[in-house]
Design a protein around this ligand. Structure first.
Ligand SMILES: O=P(O)(O)OC[C@H]1O[C@H](OP(=O)(O)OP(=O)(O)O)[C@H](O)[C@@H]1O
Ligand SMILES: [Mg+2]
Length: 175
């Protein structure tokens, strides 16, 4: 409709950019593993794709876990969240390892934001341990272990979504 304000994406609503380098991400994943090492052992890691694949690989490597499964969920189209779609569920084999409820399984994702994705996976595996590298306040209560909390109005830029590019000097109006 004419005169109606355009809908803002999550990233536009988020005032603060929080860029994360590969190096920083690796360090944060290792810090996460230190905490998880106190909680395990785990029979398997369940990565929430796609963002959870990267921390899941690092965490599984550090914890010595070789069974990794995925739950494939799509919700954000870049920075706009739509309805959650489960494109692939947890495998029967991983379900068995978790006794049907997720006991002894470790769910890994890169972050929780609104918590919608995490809530859905928790419902599939109520007894699993849920770990993320970053957490925003709305999603935080869903997570058992995380490393860094950022404000709800922060947008995290992951290294696999970004590239090095020219940045104008502050004098020329750069933010
Ligand atoms: O707490 P929420 O508000 O549900 O948001 C968090 C989820 O959003 C992102 O995934 P996305 O759906 O963008 O898919 P991707 O992992 O394939 O990038 C992120 O990796 C989390 O899985
Ligand atoms: Mg994701």
């Amino acid at each position: 409709m004419a005169g109606e304000a355009p809908e803002l994406s999550a990233q536009e609503r988020a005032g603060r950019p929080f860029p994360v380098s590969w190096d920083q991400f690796h360090r944060d994943c290792r810090a996460l593993t230190w905490r998880l090492n106190e909680v395990g052992p785990f029979h398997a890691v369940i990565a929430i794709t796609r963002g959870g694949l990267v921390p899941a690989a690092i965490v599984a490597r550090e914890l010595g876990v070789r069974v990794i499964d995925t739950v494939c969920i799509a919700s954000y189209d870049h920075d706009k969240q739509g309805d959650l779609q489960v494109l692939k569920g947890i495998s029967e084999q991983a379900m068995k390892l978790g006794g049907g409820t997720g006991k002894g399984l470790l769910i890994v994702d890169d972050l929780v934001d609104t918590g919608k994705t995490g809530k859905l996976v928790r419902e599939m595996l109520p007894d699993a341990h849920f770990a993320t590298v970053y957490a925003k306040p709305k999603g935080r209560p869903l997570v058992d272990t995380f490393i860094t909390e950022v404000s709800q109005d922060t947008w995290i830029f992951f290294p696999w979504d970004t590239a090095l590019s020219y940045h104008p000097p502050l004098r020329d109006g750069a933010a």
